[in-house]
Design a protein around this ligand. Structure first.
Ligand code: SAM
Ligand code: SF4
Length: 370
């Protein structure tokens, strides 16, 4: 390892330039970065990995993000919306299989019918699991009172990726209208924190026009916002989206994958006790992508438990793993694949972000972890 990297890795709180150097590390330097991140994870979080059974319950969206395959104007996909019973059965499956937590995700809708439906589902899921299933939701930008209603109905974690913290880049990957405002997204994150959610954000890595300093600033944003959880992964192009026009300017998929692992590793060093998810998009590039992220600092896996027949329609990007997930994401397969990374599943546990409790100064012993 070079002296430069050794020095940076000794620094508890690296700055912008040092983060850029870490993200550019190669060969032995890169291996040293990954080793350091693994050490930090082991020291602060041990070697447990927590599951969030992912239910992608609808691909209906009122937004038009230029990168996303389920954007409103994409007419090449079949729209679906799981029934309440299908969502509850998937949640019951997660509970009975000891996943500990679920994550409800969908396209974005902002209306009272949607708000009420989600509140009803959250209460029902709490009821069928005797309050024991942890619930993360990822339902986009909403008014603060909607976030509060869902919190009171039983959701306790919210994931809202900022996508990129570079305003200009944000403007290039979204339509320039009020429905896609960078400032509103930041405000939403602040509302979520204020209400008391364990709050998560994240970015896409390898977007067209994105630079390494942009990514370093993304990590600093997460640290400055004192975020509890992060889900970030490679941007992968989708043929039926406007950003496909920039396909030729992208890093190779392998480079985006590598950069994503480095982002996870550097973030683990910056924010030692937060939850970091191994993004599904990593698995679209490398069949062992999620396990590799676990080895380099991530501690959360989101097995897809959406009923199989709908998975093909939640295609955010090309090659999104879907057909074999039921087999690949069975708890036994996951466990055996995790063993190779030295990690083991925290069966039946919520696996909350320890950082949240430090931030809120809440005594961990008073929580309802099971
Ligand atoms: N609609 C909600 C929202 O946007 O926050 C939640 C669901 S959305 C599909 C979840 C995440 O998918 C987004 O935050 C975005 O980062 C990611 N995503 C969308 N298109 C992608 C792509 N082409 N490559 C990688 N990730 C993508
Ligand atoms: Fe809709 Fe989310 Fe896709 Fe944007 S990223 S188009 S909000 S599903």
């Amino acid at each position: 390892m070079s002296k430069l990297i050794a020095g940076i890795l000794r620094n508890e709180s690296p700055g912008m330039e040092e983060i850029v150097t870490l993200l550019q590390a190669k060969g032995n330097d890169r291996d040293a970065l990954f080793r350091k991140a693994a050490e930090v994870k082991e020291k602060y979080l041990g070697n447990k990995v927590y599951f969030r059974g992912l239910i992608e319950f609808s691909n209906i969206c009122h937004k038009n993000c230029y990168y996303c395959g389920i954007r409103k104007d994409n007419n090449h996909i079949e729209r679906y919306n799981l029934s309440d019973n299908e969502i509850i059965s998937a949640a019951r499956f997660a509970f009975e299989n000891n996943f500990g937590s679920i994550s409800l995700q969908s396209g974005e809708l902002e209306n009272s019918l949607f708000t009420g439906r989600i509140s009803g589902l959250l209460k029902k899921i709490k009821e069928i699991s005797g309050g024991k299933l942890g619930i993360t939701i990822s339902l986009g930008e909403q008014a603060e009172d909607v976030y509060r209603e869902w919190y009171n109905a039983g959701a306790h974690r919210y994931l809202l990726r900022i996508e990129t913290t570079n305003r200009d880049l944000y403007g290039k990957i979204h339509p320039g209208d009020n429905n896609h405002s960078f400032d509103r997204r930041v405000e939403c994150l602040r509302s979520l924190q204020k209400i008391g959610y364990q709050t998560g954000t994240g970015v896409m890595i390898g977007l067209p026009f994105q630079t390494i300093p942009d990514l370093a600033r993304d990590l600093i944003f997460m640290r400055d916002l004192d975020i509890d959880m992060v889900g970030m992964g490679p941007y992968i192009e989708h043929p039926d989206t406007p950003l496909i026009a920039h396909r030729d300017s992208l890093l190779t998929l392998q480079e985006r994958f590598e950069l994503s692992l480095k982002m996870v590793a550097v973030l683990r060093i910056l924010m030692k006790d937060i939850n970091i998810a191994a993004a599904t998009a990593l698995q679209a590039i490398d069949p062992f992508g999620r396990e590799k992220a676990i080895s380099t600092g991530a501690n959360i896996i989101m097995p897809n438990i959406t009923p199989g027949r709908y998975r093909n329609s939640y295609k955010l990007y090309e090659n999104k793993p879907c057909t074999d997930d039921a087999k690949e994401d069975s708890i036994y397969t996951l466990e055996s694949r995790l063993v190779n990374t030295g990690a083991f599943p925290g069966y039946g546990e919520w696996g909350d972000s320890p950082h949240y409790y430090t931030r809120q100064k809440i005594d961990r012993l008073n929580t309802t972890d099971i």
